[in-house]
Design a protein around this ligand. Structure first.
Ligand SMILES: C[S@@+](CC[C@H](N)C(=O)[O-])C[C@H]1O[C@@H](n2cnc3c(N)ncnc32)[C@H](O)[C@@H]1O
Length: 265
């Protein structure tokens, strides 16, 4: 299944390389940094996540609001689709402006619909906030809104077969498989929210991964290939994720292109 939205750091192109490290039959699975949940969707496609499996997805709002709306068909999903239909009745410039203003609206369905609109109409689908927490990515004028209703209903239909919870993952006593895909180490700004995910958070996450493994869980994590990540995950087996365009002909751009690492234990 294709991820429901484009996302910085989305793992769509690596899903097969990542899914191979999970067991064939899983009854529990958590993605604490879900984003577009490309890996979960691949695990469902491959049948590694069986119908009835318990799944925990977590992210920041409004990404988490989106997943909460599609987690089960029902009134919240209907509300989100209703809001989306409203955006389709106006031109993209107006839709973008309104979505910018209501991406922190009181209800999850309004926030999720605004998020989908901003994701389609902003540059590279970025969802970035300024220090005051306001959405601050410019509109990509070449983009228009696509009708997503059929895709979103299909997604909700697939997810209805699972016991899906949106929120923090539980400990290894309740969940045996984790995919950790945090913001990459070494980023000087966060592309996802107002709160940076810095050195301290990277360290705490790596400690949590060690503890989960010691408590009997399988942990697959990905991050930028930096000396700090290699040190933090030293007990894990490393795999390099290769990108098609990893090598740039220009020395100036090559410097910025970091490899990505998969850590498995
Ligand atoms: C590398 S991306 C994950 C991409 C995802 N695997 C995919 O395929 O789309 C990192 C994610 O962490 C989320 N994130 C950042 N800080 C977070 C936090 N403190 N708690 C939970 N999620 C966070 C971001 O919103 C983003 O979706």
């Amino acid at each position: 299944m294709k991820p429901p939205f484009r996302w910085v750091g989305g793992k769509r192109r690596f899903v097969k390389d990542i899914a191979i490290h999970f067991p064939s039959h899983m009854k529990t699975y958590a993605e604490p940094f879900a984003g577009s949940a490309a890996v979960m969707l691949e695990l469902i496609d491959q049948g590694k996540l069986e119908p009835g499996a318990k799944i925990w997805l977590n992210d920041l709002s409004p990404v988490s609001d989106f997943w909460a709306c599609v987690a089960h068909s029902g009134p919240v999903l209907d509300d989100m689709l209703g809001c989306l239909a409203g955006y389709h009745m106006i031109d993209p410039a107006q839709a973008f402006e309104i979505a910018r203003q209501v991406c922190d609206a009181p209800t999850a369905s309004e926030r999720a619909a605004a998020f989908l609109v901003l994701n389609q109409l902003s540059f590279n689908g970025l969802f970035r906030r300024n220090r005051k927490g306001q959405f601050n990515v410019p509109r990509d004028r070449s983009k228009t809104l696509k009708d997503r209703e059929r895709d979103l209903l299909d997604l909700a239909h697939v997810l209805a077969d699972f016991d899906l919870q949106i929120g923090p993952a539980p400990g290894a006593d309740r969940c045996k498989n984790y995919y950790m895909d945090p913001p990459y180490d070494g980023k000087t700004f966060t592309a996802y929210g107002a709160e940076p995910f810095g050195v301290d958070e990277q360290g705490l996450l790596a400690e949590a991964c060690d503890q989960l493994v010691e408590a009997g869980a399988r942990v697959v994590a990905s991050n930028a290939d930096t000396p700090r990540v290699r040190e933090l995950y030293r007990g894990f087996t490393f795999y390099e994720l290769k990108r098609g365009n990893q090598l740039s002909a220009k020395a100036s751009t090559r410097k910025e292109q970091r490899g990505e690492l998969l850590m498995v234990r």
